[in-house]
Design a protein around this ligand. Structure first.
Ligand code: ADP
Ligand code: MG
Length: 584
């Protein structure tokens, strides 16, 4: 075949694929154009997940009449004039690729009225060709409507997820813009329902309240700059207290020079800064903005521009880590630093009369001689020289003596005395039970008397869609309601929670968390066990304590709870004798 230069239509269709991957990327480009145009109010509306309809309206500078059609030509941009400008790009756009790319794969209508003009101009394009241009009445600013995305590229359209899932992606993206620019009022409407409106007051906390809810916003900590206001690298934003921790890594949003970025090493720096503040496998929620001199970053890595290259990454990494670390230490009481004091507090027992071991463990499961489990915790520092308090051997048969402080169970064994933490022990029992039920695909489901509606995050919705059988297999009876809302009709029978939707969200986060070394069954079991285990502070009858100890004896790893904390401490016969001076 002879070599030919591609026709402009084909060339732009190919290029379109890079910028215009899905509705979310179209929204992103249009919103960036609005921001570049100096808008202070931007509204985003989508229908059919954005595949049918996207409209982004702003109150920015607008586009002059004679430039309306030019804006849709490839490499037409008002933002980059000379080669030198490429070195220090301060606007979002600069490639002049977005509008032509979007127009090539959809039907676009753009209406714009420059500030100072009396009326606007509307242009209509189909598959990249201008089909009409007319004068219209319009508010100052620009509005771009995109219909029938990929109508002329069916292969591409097949790659899209369901409308609900595409909508949640759009929602995430607009949420990130709203948090990046609290000085701009953003509104998002999905299928004619308003999702959020930020007030544009400039307060990140207020924007956060609109996007994440007032509770979360209120509990966030302001990053403290510690008098480094004139440092070349500025770190600001809000970071979550450890109590707001989530069970996956999706809740960290980082901006560099106002642009949302996905940068592994910065994300890692932030997680590292939380080290010691969070329990194992809990992850922070944070919205962090880093400002570095423009010439320090290269955003021209990929057309989608979420990857940036930072010249001196080490310095930015260090600045971020220091700012987060200092904020945490300045704001948090010392004991939260220590994993020794993270046991649930006394007195939080939910009033619950249901029997708390609905699934008895199979009796024929022999007590295993547990290989020494990895014990991350130290023994009690008050008695450093002694033998370890945490038993390393399998559990012998124990005789329960009684309950202490409605928190511990005292028991006697062949070699001395055991103190068992009832919550940790029950967590271990439930963890192994749930894992087994999930493995054999035999969950027992308990219907909710009043089905609850649950609002999920985009990531959670995506996970549910991708792993419906797994979620069901765990015992969650979930039904689509529309958008990101689901109806929860049943929960795993052994879930004891006053907040089933909250439990579901936690379990989904936990399941969605990659990490690799555990199966999803394990992660889900871990989360469900946390929710359902009896609390410290719950009064137990002697029969109940005996039953719990029996079940713990059946566990394959009875010595630690699934978080790795000890379920019990052991005072051996010889230790007791030593302490009482009976031996010497
Ligand atoms: P880029 O943003 O890279 O310049 P685009 O294709 O996204 O390229 O846009 C082309 C041009 O159209 C922009 O440079 C700008 O002049 C104009 N434009 C696009 N959207 C808007 C808007 N919402 N308000 C004002 N001007 C706009
Ligand atoms: Mg642009």
């Amino acid at each position: 075949m002879p070599i030919r230069v591609l026709s402009p239509q084909i060339a732009s269709k190919i290029a379109a694929g890079e910028v215009t991957e899905r509705p979310m990327s179209v929204v992103k480009e249009l919103v960036e154009n609005s921001l570049d145009a100096g808008a202070t109010r931007i509204s985003v509306e989508i229908k059919g997940g954005g595949i049918e309809y996207i409209r982004v309206t702003d109150n920015g500078v607008g586009i002059a009449e004679d430039e309306m059609a030019v804006a849709f030509e490839r490499f037409a941009t008002s933002k980059l004039v000379s080669d030198g400008d490429l070195e220090s790009v301060g606007t979002f756009g600069f490639r002049g690729e977005a509008l032509p790319s979007i127009a090539a794969v959809s039907r676009v209508t753009m209406v714009s009225r420059p500030q100072g003009e009396d009326s606007g101009i509307q242009v209509d394009l189909n598959a990249g060709s201008l089909i009409r241009k007319q004068q219209v009445g319009a508010a100052p600013g620009t509005s771009v409507t995109v219909r029938g995305l990929f109508h002329n590229l069916p292969a591409r359209r097949k790659f899209l997820s369901s409308a609900a899932s595409e909508a949640t992606r759009v929602q995430s993206a607009v949420g990130r813009f709203a948090l990046a620019r609290p000085d701009v009022s953003f509104s998002l409407t999905v299928e004619a329902r308003s999702q959020f409106v930020t007030n544009g007051s400039g307060s990140l906390r207020e924007a956060m309240a609109a996007v994440y809810g007032a509770d979360v916003a209120e509990a966030m900590l302001d990053i403290e700059t510690q008098g480094r206001d004139d440092a070349p690298i500025q770190v600001g934003g809000l970071i979550g207290r450890p109590s707001l921790a989530r069970s996956n890594r999706n809740h960290v949003t980082i901006y560099v020079n106002g642009r949302w970025v996905q940068n592994r090493s910065l994300t890692f720096a932030l997680h590292e800064a939380y080290r010691g503040f969070l329990m194992e496998r809990r992850f922070p929620i944070a919205v962090v903005s880093i400002v570095v001199p423009y010439e320090e970053v290269d955003v021209n890595v990929h057309p989608s521009k979420t990857e940036v290259r930072i010249r001196d990454e080490g310095r930015v990494f260090a600045a971020l880590q220091r700012a987060v670390r200092e904020t945490l230490t300045a704001n948090l009481p010392v004991q939260e630093l220590s994993t020794r004091h993270t046991m649930p507090s006394v007195g939080t027992a939910p009033a619950d009369s249901r029997s708390f071991w609905p699934i008895p463990l199979p009796q024929d499961q022999a007590t295993q001689d547990g290989a020494t489990p990895g014990l991350p915790l130290q023994t009690d520092p008050v008695q450093p020289s002694q033998q370890p308090l945490i038993p390393h051997r399998a559990l012998p048969a124990l005789r329960v003596v009684g309950q202490i402080k409605t928190t511990y169970i005292a028991a006697e064994g062949p070699d001395g005395m055991y103190l068992i933490d009832q919550h940790a022990a029950h967590e271990r029992v439930l963890f192994e039970t749930i894992k087994e039920a999930a493995r054999t695909g035999s969950p027992s489901v308990q219907g909710l008397m009043e089905p609850a509606t649950v609002d999920l995050t985009p990531e959670q919705v995506e996970f549910v869609e991708a792993h419906r059988p797994s979620v069901k297999g765990l015992g969650f009876d979930l039904e689509e309601f529309g958008g990101t809302t689901f109806v929860l009709r049943g929960v795993p029978a052994l879930l004891v929670s006053e907040d089933p939707p909250g439990a579901l969200r936690d379990v989904l986060d936990m399941m969605a968390e990659g990490g690799g070394y555990e199966s999803w069954e394990e992660r889900a079991a871990y989360s469900l066990a946390c929710h359902s285990a009896i609390r410290a502070g719950k009064v137990l009858t002697l029969r109940e304590t005996e039953e719990l100890v029996r079940q713990l004896e059946q566990c394959s790893q009875p010595h630690t709870c699934p978080h790795g904390r000890p379920t019990m401490i052991h005072l051996s016969q010889s230790r007791l004798e030593e302490e009482f001076g009976r031996r010497g």
